[in-house]
Design a protein around this ligand. Structure first.
Ligand SMILES: C=C(O[C@H]1C=CC=C(C(=O)O)[C@@H]1O)C(=O)O
Length: 451
């Protein structure tokens, strides 16, 4: 089987390498291969240059290994969205394509104006990569795309050899947690208190404040294993990982930012939360309470109003139900309102992302004031947490999730992030408990390391 793929790829490349276009992109159909196994197989050759994405409906899974092209922006304004769009168009136009074509994966920082801390040093305000190898699983079909810029046939042949010969490293040692620290807990509680004062004084209407949990492990964290745990434990989430040098941003988010397919697009309002119950009865009671609770309905309404307005500006046929329903994840339930619309001619996925980020579910309301308040009073640098992460294909279709329930992994360290929406009657201790529930997906996946 190995030589079959190798031969197919090499045969196809032999005919097209040396074309005058800058990048050659070919795609072949493959037999079944597990995307997580492919991610793991890339460890030897591509550690620090891998990504993983699987959407919440399991419609598409992407694994990227290596870097054929990188788009990067350190731009601190909204221009970063347009810079990425322009560069992506140039790459696609300059490529020789056989098959489905290249795809890029990446994301944006939450707030490039926030003073950055050293942990996020490898994550600029925008970065996307076109991988050398892209494995696509769409429904039950598997495709391998190879994007070549400089490599020779021999190099590609060796890489494929390595990828399809790597064994499953199930005998590897599991790292266990040796230290757990709540970062700036008291400062965060004070910030929540301060934010409620600002809101009561009409300086702002809603702000989302996040905090951090720091974990240190006995040895290097096995990223493939964490992805595996996230898949097992959070099957209804977007599962993502983006490696950049020695660090990896990873998570299991329930929140869609936007999906564009041709003229159609979708987004979702997700805000307002309560834990899951221990019994079916308790769970239903908590859900009913959430649907009727004024504070949570207010938090949710800010998101619906803002998204409605943003979509109406660039879309037609915007469909938004009048009442939220419940979205139940493993540890938490949220108020949820799905949105569908038809995009106006010429509106790209990048402009949708630019318009929507950050929704009041991650920033607050009004948007600019909320982001500025976060910049001033939140005791951490969010980096890529709570920001758009996702993919765009050669036709401009794609999907972005909001990167929450996430962590930044270093070698044997993990920084976990969780936040919650603060409105006038928020109680700092209840909000603190809510962040504990929101840490759970990443915490359990990382603790899975020691099971
Ligand atoms: C900011 C987070 O969640 C947001 C998404 C859903 C519900 C939220 C809430 O109820 O506060 C938050 O707005 C997080 O998980 O870190």
């Amino acid at each position: 089987m190995v030589t079959l793929y190798q031969n197919k790829v090499i045969d196809q490349l032999r005919h097209v390498l040396g074309k005058k276009e800058h990048m050659v992109s070919i795609t072949i159909r493959m037999e079944q291969i597990d995307p997580l196994a492919f991610f793991s197989a890339g460890e030897t050759l591509f550690y620090g240059q891998r990504f993983y994405w699987s959407d919440c409906l399991h419609e598409r899974t992407f694994v990227g290994l290596g870097r054929a092209q990188v788009i990067k922006s350190n731009e601190k304004t909204k221009k970063r969205f347009r810079d990425v769009e322009r560069e992506w168009k140039q790459i696609v136009e300059g490529a020789f394509i056989e098959g489905q074509g290249p795809l890029m994966f990446g994301g944006f920082a939450f707030d490039p104006l926030k003073q950055s801390d050293e942990h996020w040093i490898e994550f600029p305000s925008a970065q996307f990569v076109v991988p050398t190898f892209l494995l696509t699983k769409q429904r039950d079909e598997i495709w391998l795309t190879v994007n070549v810029v400089h490599e020779s046939l021999n190099q590609i042949e060796e890489m494929i050899d390595s990828l399809f010969h790597t064994r499953d490293e199930s005998d590897s040692h599991r790292a266990h947690i040796v230290k757990k620290e709540e970062v700036a807990r008291d400062q965060w509680l004070r910030s929540v208190h301060y934010a409620t004062d600002l809101i009561r004084n009409d300086a702002i209407e809603k702000v989302v404040l996040a905090r951090k949990l720091f974990l240190s492990f006995s040895e290097r964290i096995d990223r493939s294993h964490v992805l595996h745990e996230l898949h097992e434990q959070q099957p209804m989430s977007y599962i993502f990982a983006f490696e950049n040098g020695s660090t990896c941003f990873i998570g299991a988010s329930p929140e869609q930012l936007v999906r564009k397919n041709g003229h159609m697009c979708e987004t979702a309002c997700l805000a307002g939360s309560i834990r899951r119950g221990h019994t079916v009865k308790e769970d239903e009671e908590l859900g009913r309470w959430l649907l009727q609770d004024d504070k949570n309905r207010r938090e949710h309404a800010f998101v619906v109003d803002m998204i409605k307005q943003a979509m109406n500006e660039v879309c037609t046929e915007v469909v938004i139900p009048n009442e939220p329903t419940l979205l139940k994840m493993r540890h938490i339930q949220h108020l949820y309102t799905p949105v569908q619309a038809k995009v106006k001619e010429g509106v790209s996925i990048f402009s949708l992302v630019e318009r929507l980020h950050p929704t009041p579910a991650l920033g607050g309301f009004p948007k600019e004031k909320a982001v500025q308040t976060i910049r001033e009073i939140e005791p951490l640098d969010r980096g890529w947490y709570a920001a758009p992460i996702g993919w765009v294909d050669a036709n401009g279709n794609g999907e972005f999730a909001v990167a929450i329930r996430s962590a930044l992994l270093e070698d044997n360290k993990a920084h976990l992030f969780a936040g919650c929406g603060i409105v006038a009657h928020s109680d700092p201790h209840n909000e603190y408990e809510e962040t504990n529930v929101k840490f759970k997906p990443m915490l359990l996946a990382l603790e899975g390391e020691q099971r």
